[in-house]
Design a protein around this ligand. Structure first.
Ligand code: ZN
Length: 310
């Protein structure tokens, strides 16, 4: 692979064997693809550790063909699969778990949606169900649905058109309360399993997170509830960031350096102020690209998607 200028950050989510989580096929990166990808990146670039990254950041050194690897949402596969591969190369990753699942012994809505999409192949049926629910729950939003769909269609994504509509409605354009209610009804109807059945299988446990931290991987904040910061009031953004920092401080007792990965890459000026106030060194977005010139405290770092290097 070519050499990339500046600092490059790759974003990973699920990395699975045969793209399978138990019986569910998830939209994920295959283990072998991941293994080959970091081998390819390393040819003309250097994958650096959190320690090296912070050192260069503090010294204001220039980044040149350097990569860091980030893993969002704290999935179990990040320990069972990713860590094993990183260990082979003596590499360190940047891991961003949320807090909600641990407090509620439940899945995040995004993960419920992934399981629903995996089980129900008839996507039109899901879309129609969402429409019928909306019609009952909030007629005003239902009446504007065509406008919303036009907006969703403009989003660039690796998903097919129907998946994009389902995710767009449930993850972005419907008010959180309504989308969460609809997601839960769909989950019960389609998955037919208690939500806490998946919790332990889905996410890293505290022992694994403590180990990652001890072995000098980065554990950073990814929101308490995985909400989009740009839609929260400044007070609620502050609460979410403070609460998640406090949560991880209780688990990782000696942790003193912090970073954040904005859930869904969503932030606004208020977020930047909150992040600053909470003494967070750097922050990751989902805007695409290399980071060429960096501030000492970079709070809007761009990232590549793993799929950009396939
Ligand atoms: Zn996330």
């Amino acid at each position: 692979m070519k050499s990339y200028p500046g600092l490059n950050i790759v974003m990973y989510h699920y990395i699975l064997k045969n793209n399978k989580f138990y019986n569910y096929k998830l939209n994920s990166l295959n283990v072998d693809t991941f293994y080959n990808q970091i081998k390819k990146i390393s040819k003309n670039n250097k994958i650096i550790t959190p320690e090296e990254f912070r050192f260069k950041l503090n010294k204001k050194y220039k980044f040149k063909n350097e990569f860091i690897l980030t893993f969002d949402d704290g999935y179990k596969c990040h320990y069972k699969i990713v860590k094993k591969i990183l260990d082979i190369y003596k590499m360190k990753g940047f891991f961003y778990p949320t807090c909600f699942p641990y407090v509620n012994k439940n899945l995040l809505d995004i993960n419920k949606i992934h399981l629903i999409l995996s089980k129900e192949k008839n996507k039109k049926k899901i879309i129609n169900f969402i429409y019928s629910q909306l019609k009952n729950k909030n007629f005003k939003i239902y009446k504007r649905i065509n406008k919303t769909i036009t907006k969703i269609n403009k989003i660039k994504s690796y998903d097919d058109i129907e998946t994009k509509i389902i995710k767009g409605l449930l993850q972005t354009f419907l008010p959180h309360k309504i989308s969460s209610e609809i997601t839960n009804i769909l989950f019960k109807k389609i998955i037919k399993m208690p939500e806490d059945y998946f919790f332990k299988k889905f996410y890293l446990n505290f022992r694994e997170i403590i180990n990652l931290d001890k072995e000098k991987h980065e554990i950073g904040l990814h929101g308490f509830n995985h909400n989009r910061y740009q839609y929260l009031t400044s007070e609620n953004q502050n609460i979410d960031i403070r609460k998640s920092k406090k949560f991880w401080k209780l688990i990782l007792k000696n942790k003193s350096k912090w970073s954040i990965c904005y859930p869904f890459g969503s932030y606004n000026n208020t977020t930047l102020k909150c992040v600053n106030k909470n003494k967070i060194d750097f922050a990751l977005t989902t805007e695409k690209g290399s980071n060429i010139s960096l501030n000492k405290k970079p709070l809007t770092l761009k990232r590549w998607d793993a799929n950009d290097f396939l």
